[in-house]
Design a protein around this ligand. Structure first.
Ligand code: TRP
Ligand code: ZN
Length: 890
């Protein structure tokens, strides 16, 4: 492991030499894999690096150098090359006067011992690779930087034929050999497209698959194949459908076609992230590719579609045009997330997708931007690049791309994309290149817009409005500031805007995008006629910028404005948002211990529950749901996790009581409608399940007396046993998992939990749900349950999904994790220590739950800090975890 060194964006220099072509030879034996490489090297005439040495990255904790030759001549250590713990430096004296040369190395690696899941490793019975961001250097010596794009002309894999019949790499299959006398066979692959090393992949195993094909608009026939362990082949169909939909969508929407004859996807059990876009050979975490009625929730299906799309879309935004350096990560990730969000919206409902994405942004990215790891979407420095695969780079990065789309319009955005590909196809680009293409294609001034790349923090936009009947003028006053980064210069904020008549619901000005570029500014609009009621502003429609929006109107006006918007706004997102704001206000009033007047909340809830105007059941369901605790926490200076949890629960109970009859009626109606219907995954069917499960949740929230606790447990129990799919089972079991202290109800809870476990029959993804649901329970003794689950025979820290399903899920159980005695912190502190030695990427992600101690009261902050200090003292702590913890403590 390398010592922690900080790398700066401003230090970028192109290297002294380029590797232009590569051949690789993997000889896989149990306990040792030999990797031979031949690199064709040329001098980089444009380089400003003084010494011309050839610098190859290599992690000596993984790679052992056996041999090294330059143009056939053996090189000597010391005089010809220098080996450090992280580099192999071939002195320029070995190749002076040569315009190009070939460097051959032989190394050995031990994938069986690779617990970091970066580089080449073993997952169950298969071998696979993960090279992004810096895993290739754990496979062989190489300039492991994304600006070095090379052709991988010949990748040969040799392994035991019976144990590993499937041998895969990027691109096209060139040749195979039959089983030889030693029982081994081999395959040779060639990738015609130059690529950076992070897109390289190898997979070796005894795998099953499903096959299909897709013909592109220009007539290329593409062979599609998705591989998994044999017992999971039945769960690949949804991924295949999603893949074909993605291919079609990118053609229709952006005119982008697939460029190889083969597209392979492999499902892998042990994987640090969601999935990886390796050229022609995507590798997926099983959680994002396997899905069927029995084992996957609607959320899982949705994620499979989104991630399949995401990795497919990377083929253009990431692979054909890649990143010059890792500071540019959002160039491919923000853009590709935007593309996958648009795809998901088009496949289902755009409003629903938007609501879900904004909920996610507020719950995670806002918190990140308010904590010690806050960074602009293009960071200025890093120690471990793996720490910057963040909600900010991904989700806020996608919002920044969405703002181009909002500012330039869909057609303008498309022109910018076309120019971007025209200029940069086949090369490694920067965020500035992207912005320049958008600006040039539209003759737009995007100078100020660049601040979204350089400034961190979530801006707050405050607004107020007035109407002057004497001049028929409506005035909107806007101001912006960033509380967590007060020195920020004003952003260019696109404010999608309209005005609604509170009496008639009519739009009083044409819906439009305002360009808000100053610290404060007033916008004036002439209305063609006086409003019948009041003129209510609808700002930031569709969540047109990643900001917090605050009204400066009096509380009474705010309430009536929100009711108007909840009822009439022509923007689906803002209709939903208005309800959320009413709920939020009620929860915070409850938290403050003040008298809560719920008239407005009741009115909004009732309207959502009953309005015949709402045609989408998902929209109705999301309109009934209260904002999440994590989203609400971002509106508090000092977070009171237990108070917040209790206040939210109290408001939910009040709603449940008040609308008991209406909720029950809707639940019963949906139950009837759905009974006997075949299981389907489409927005209509998903919406019905979502709405019915939301009703179940409210119906079960009435539990002040033991009788009520028992009655709701019985209802959930019945729901569980009548369920025809995982979505409904999870909904019921989640409710039951909170049951505590009433033996008759606990019996029902335990019965469902053990039935679920037995029915899982060892299925890893189903068992993850079983762990998670228990870890997020509101039972007062949940930590004891979690601790005892860590000794469950099915629990292991080495599988990231399983580890997250229990330990990670517990950290998201805010009220329990932040228990005042600090027991939650202590538990996590210990686990991180163990995890860091095995898998630093996972450990450093997990430690994120401790770093925002400044957001908590003194008692909690002290205890969180103490755990961080202990972690920092661990001998051999990874640079990954070191970076996060030291930033938090400094
Ligand atoms: N590029 C991947 C994506 O689609 C991210 C990724 C997959 C990754 N595996 C990783 C990043 C391992 C870092 C380490 O978003
Ligand atoms: Zn990605």
């Amino acid at each position: 492991m390398q010592a922690p060194v900080e790398i700066f964006r401003s230090d970028y220099k192109s290297p002294a030499n380029w590797v232009t072509e590569v051949t690789l030879d993997f000889d896989i034996y149990s306990g040792s894999t030999i990797v031979k490489s031949t690199l064709s090297v040329v001098k980089n005439e444009g380089s400003t690096v003084e010494k011309g040495d050839l610098i190859l990255d290599g992690d000596d904790s993984s790679v052992k150098l056996k041999e090294i030759y330059l143009d056939g001549e053996k090189l000597n250590s010391g005089s010809d090359y220098t080996l450090t713990s992280s580099q192999l430096i071939v002195h320029s004296s070995c190749f002076t006067g040569k315009s190009s040369f070939k460097l051959e190395t032989t190394v050995s690696i031990v994938p069986e011992d690779n617990t970091q899941l970066s580089g080449f490793y073993k997952s169950g019975s298969m071998y696979c690779s993960q090279c992004e961001a810096e895993g290739f250097r754990r496979i062989t010596y190489y300039p492991d930087r994304p600006d070095n794009m090379a052709k991988f002309t010949h990748v040969k894999i040799t392994a035991d034929a019976d144990s590993y019949p499937i041998l895969l790499s990027n691109g096209n299959l060139v040749s195979t050999t039959e089983k030889d006398g030693e029982g081994r066979h081999s395959a040779v692959w060639e990738d015609p497209f130059p690529k950076p090393s992070y897109l390289f992949a190898v997979v070796v195993g005894d795998l099953g698959s499903i096959k299909d094909s897709y013909t592109t608009t220009s007539g290329r026939n593409v062979h599609l194949e998705i591989f998994s362990e044999k017992e999971n082949v039945g769960k690949l169909d949804y991924a295949m459908e999603s893949l074909k939909n993605s291919m079609k969508w990118d053609e229709d929407k952006f005119g982008l076609e697939y460029d190889l004859d083969i597209y392979n996807v492999v499902a892998v059990n042990d994987f640090n992230m969601g999935a990886m876009e390796n050229k022609g050979l995507n590798v997926f975490n099983t959680a994002y590719v396997l899905a069927d009625q029995k084992t996957a929730t609607d959320g899982d299906f949705e994620r499979v579609e989104g991630v399949i799309g995401h990795e497919y879309f990377h083929n253009w935004t990431g692979n054909r045009v890649t990143c010059r350096d890792w500071f540019q990560l959002t160039l491919k990730e923000g853009l590709t997330v935007f593309r996958d969000q648009e795809f998901s919206g088009d496949m289902g409902s755009n409003d629903v997708t938007r609501i879900e994405n904004v909920k996610g942004l507020r719950g995670r990215q806002f918190a990140e931007d308010a904590g010690p790891m806050s960074h602009p979407i293009r960071p200025e420095s890093y120690v471990a690049i793996d720490n910057f695969y963040t909600a900010t780079v991904y989700s806020k990065g996608a919002e920044v791309i969405r703002m181009y789309n909002t500012i330039l319009g869909e057609a303008g955005f498309r022109k910018g994309m076309d120019l971007y590909f025209e200029r940069h196809d086949g090369s490694a680009a920067t965020c500035d290149d992207f912005r320049a293409a958008m600006a040039d294609a539209n003759e737009a001034d995007l100078e100020q817009f660049s601040r979204w790349y350089t400034q961190k923090g979530t801006p707050t936009v405050k607004y107020s409005s007035s109407y002057d009947p004497s001049t028929s003028t409506f005035t909107l006053d806007l101001s912006q500031h960033t509380a967590s980064a007060p020195d920020n210069e004003p952003f260019h904020i696109p404010v999608a805007f309209g005005v609604i008549d509170s009496e008639t619901g009519a739009e009083l000005v044409e819906s439009q995008v305002l360009h808000f570029k100053e610290a404060s500014k007033s916008f004036e609009f002439k209305l063609s006629s006086d409003p019948k009621g009041t003129a209510v502003p609808s700002v930031m429609r569709g969540f047109s910028a990643p900001v917090k929006i605050v009204s400066e109107a009096s509380p009474a006006t705010q309430k009536t404005d929100l009711l108007t918007l909840a009822a009439y706004d022509t923007d689906g997102f803002n209709r939903w948002e208005a309800g959320q704001k009413l709920y939020t206000e009620a929860i915070f009033t409850q938290l403050a211990g003040d008298d809560v007047n719920l008239d407005g909340v009741y009115q909004a809830f009732e309207q959502t529950l009953t309005s015949p105007k709402i045609s989408d059941d998902s929209i109705r369901a999301y309109g009934l749901m209260l904002p999440s605790e994590s989203g609400l926490a971002e509106d508090m200076d000092i977070i009171d996790p237990i108070g917040l949890h209790d206040a939210r629960t109290a408001i939910k109970k009040k709603l449940a009581r008040k609308f008991q009859a209406g909720v029950a009626e809707l639940y019963d109606r949906l139950t009837k409608e759905m009974s006997g219907a075949p299981f389907e995954v489409n927005s209509k069917a998903v919406g019905k399940r979502r709405l019915r499960n939301t009703c179940l949740d409210y119906a079960c929230a009435n539990k002040d007396t033991d009788e009520e606790v028992i009655a709701s447990a019985q209802l959930a129990h019945k729901h569980y046993f009548e369920a025809n799919c995982m979505t409904d089972q999870v909904a019921a079991m989640s409710i039951l998992s909170n049951v505590h202290g009433v033996p008759e109800a606990e019996k029902l809870r335990d019965e469902v939990l053990s039935k679920f476990f037995d029915d899982a029959n060892g299925d890893a993804l189903v068992l993850n749900k079983w762990f998670t649901i228990q870890a997020v329970s509101s039972k007062p003794d949940v930590l004891e349950d979690v601790i005892s689950l860590t000794s469950h025979p099915e629990f292991t820290m080495t599988n990231p999904n399983r580890c997250r399903s229990l330990i990670g899920a517990f950290t998201a159980n805010s009220a329990a994790f932040h228990a005042e005695d600090g027991a939650g912190y202590k538990f996590i502190g210990e686990k991180i220590g163990i995890l860091d030695a095995m898998n630093p990427q996972i450990a450093s992600r997990m430690v994120g739950c401790l770093i925002s101690f400044k957001r908590y009261d003194e008692n909690r902050a002290t205890k969180m800090r103490a755990e961080l200090s202990k972690i920092l003292e661990i001998e051999g702590l990874s640079p990954d975890t070191f970076e996060i913890v030291s930033k938090a403590l400094s």
